[in-house]
Design a protein around this ligand. Sequence first.
Ligand SMILES: Nc1ncnc2c1ncn2[C@@H]1O[C@H](COP(=O)(O)OP(=O)(O)O)[C@@H](O)[C@H]1O
Ligand SMILES: [Mg+2]
Length: 242
Amino acid sequence: MTAILEVRDLVVGYNPTLPILHGVSLTVAAGEIVTILGPNGAGKSTLIKAVAGLLDITSGQIALMGSDLTGLPTHEMVRAGLGYVPQTENVFAKLSVEENLEIGALVNRAAYAARREFVFGLFNDLSRLRRLQAGKLSGGQRQMVAVGRALMADPKLLMLDEPSAGLSPKLAEVVFSQLRKICAAGVTILMVEQNARAALRVSDRAYILAQGENRLDGQAASLLDNPEVGELYLGAGSRLSR
Ligand SMILES: Nc1ncnc2c1ncn2[C@@H]1O[C@H](COP(=O)(O)OP(=O)(O)O)[C@@H](O)[C@H]1O
Ligand SMILES: [Mg+2]
């Protein structure tokens, strides 16, 4: 198993005197879809922001494909093969769809045309909408622009923070099935989700965080059947697979 991402004993916060993550570890292997679950405030977004190079690391290591990247700024993370789609404000609203994609390809201009064909192949709607302002699109379409922009840099690992947030259950399913296609095209995926059941159905494995610590992890299928997981998300007695 080749690890694309290896996070070891990560301690990080927004202020060095107040850690939010107290030694979190996580591994993502090539070709996997891995989901991070956990209650609100557990530190899920903080974890992927830290991996994306947006926070000062207090201690611990982050390695991408075996290279230590701990403490590198975001643009170097992008060059190293990491794509990050934040939960909100993830498109340039005043720019067209195509301009958003161009910005995503700035680290690798030579590949622009080929990457654009790849993104339009995945998201057929974006080709039709390419001259429209991203801010005028529906929530689902904007999410495609955000994911498409991250894919323009040809990432090895794509990290998404709640890609289904604010979408109808039907559109959320569309997003999840697109993630499967992206993964099949060779991009490993790490996402944060609140929509635990739907996310676990498309994932290989998942990690559950609580209060800035690893709480539980395992194969997605077995977590769907785990009563402890059901209690965390749906109240006592329920299981996610129902
Ligand atoms: N920009 C910030 N500045 C200070 N504290 C923050 C900031 N963002 C999040 N936090 C705090 O970090 C903790 C974890 O937040 P977050 O990682 O966003 O949780 P989750 O994504 O699991 O809901 C919370 O206590 C939250 O209040
Ligand atoms: Mg969050």
